[in-house]
Design a protein around this ligand. Structure first.
Ligand code: UT7
Length: 352
């Protein structure tokens, strides 16, 4: 334990020493995806697209879109969270903090974390929303990791959940984005463990705001006279806008960099990775990174083929599916990496 001391009458906590430092570990994962399957064939009946183009350019065959009146970001995340908490051997009352990653919350305010806290009937714990889009889950995991390492909390619920389909331009003009984005939720329980246990080794976070408008959604906005007006709706300001080519070019560079950064920080080689779980942006991006790292198919987890790109949901959903399929064994070296709107990108390296 560290000792408190005073300097100029101010109480200060000295830096926590390595021996005091706790470690955090993902001890339960869960996910939920809506039951409405949207096939490429269906999309080709509502916009000028076709199955061959979508499969060749994105790797996606089908994705899930929410059912209005049934699914909300809160309801989907609550289902995913209940599963994660149960698999962790805990109850919602054991959770002492929520970190909720979403850019598609149910309300403009308050955040989705508090809605989840209410939905799960939890104690009056803190709930924090994270708005880092595709990198949101790794940002959220990093926040949880810091709170646990410093001894502030023991069991943190980390969520990534989105409903993107209601912000998609489903006309021919929006077809390049409309075919990739999808809806779903994933959750992880991150808990304190002793330093010699498997757990999170590092997280690395980056952003480059000069590219904010390459992938963004303008409305509702607090900087217009009213947050949403008929003119804004008519202009489609509430729809997701993406310069796909620019995002793709930056993604392949930043993904590789941030994975390398994680490996170097921990003195690991790429060949030591047991499972790479990349943000599911486009199968071509995942395949490019896989090739660059020289990893065999069984060391990369992809589910974009049947779930599409669920933004902050992709990584926790993938972790939950990988766990269900027995592809995560105790101690495995797992690398998470993401790139997206912001631009923001991130990686996490952990022992499962
Ligand atoms: O997760 C958050 C971060 N997001 C990403 O990482 C997404 C990164 N970007 C991408 O995945 C790809 O850029 C897209 C899948 C969005 C688009 O693929 P692309 O290979 O970059 O296509 P493009 O936009 O360069 O378009 C190529 C052609 C164009 O036709 P012309 O001008 O060559 O005649 C498009 O009009 O393909 C056309 N096109 C389509 N055709 C059929 C674009 N979208 C479609 C479509 N169906 N859905």
């Amino acid at each position: 334990m560290y000792a408190w001391h005073t300097t100029n009458s101010i109480m200060v906590k000295p830096n926590i020493t390595f021996n005091d430092m706790k470690k955090s570990r993902i001890i339960g994962v869960g996910h939920y995806v809506p039951d409405r399957i949207i096939t490429n064939e269906y999309l080709s009946t509502i916009m000028d697209t076709n199955n061959d183009w979508i499969v060749e350019r994105t790797g996606i065959h089908e994705r899930r879109w929410f059912t209005p009146g049934k699914d909300t970001v809160t309801s989907m995340s609550a289902t995913a969270s209940r599963i994660a908490i149960e698999r962790a051997g805990l109850s919602p009352m054991d959770i002492d903090f929520i970190v909720f990653a979403t850019i598609t919350p149910d309300y403009f305010l308050p955040g989705n974390g508090v809605l989840l806290q209410r939905e799960l009937g939890m104690k009056t714990i803190g709930a924090l929303d994270i708005r880092n889009a595709c990198s949101g889950f790794i940002y959220a995991l990093s926040v949880a990791d810091q709170f646990i390492k410093t001894g502030m909390y023991k069991n943190i619920l980390v969520v990534g959940a989105e409903i993107q389909s209601s912000a998609l331009d489903k006309s021919d003009e929006g077809r390049s984005s409309a075919v990739i984005f999808a809806d779903g939720a994933g959750a992880a329980v991150v808990s304190v463990v002793e330093p010699d246990q498997p757990g999170i080794l590092s997280t690395h976070l980056h952003a480059e705001g000069q590219y904010a408008e390459e992938l963004y959604c303008m409305a509702p906005s607090s900087s217009t006279e009213v947050r949403i007006s008929k003119e804004m709706i008519d202009r489609g300001d509430f729809l997701l806008k993406m310069n796909g080519n620019a995002v793709f070019k930056h993604a392949v560079v930043r993904f590789s960099e941030v994975i390398q950064e994680a490996l170097e920080a921990n003195g690991k080689e790429k060949s030591e990775i047991d499972l790479l779980v990349p943000h599911q942006a486009n199968l071509r991006i995942s395949n490019y990174i896989q090739q660059k790292l020289g990893l065999p198919d069984e060391k990369v987890f992809n589910n974009i083929m049947y779930l599409g790109n669920t933004t902050a949901g992709t990584i926790p959903i993938a972790l939950s599916e990988a766990w269900e399929q027995g592809r995560l064994k105790e101690g495995d070296l797992v690398c998470l990496a993401a790139f997206g709107s912001g631009f923001a990108w991130a990686s996490a390296l952990l022992n499962w």
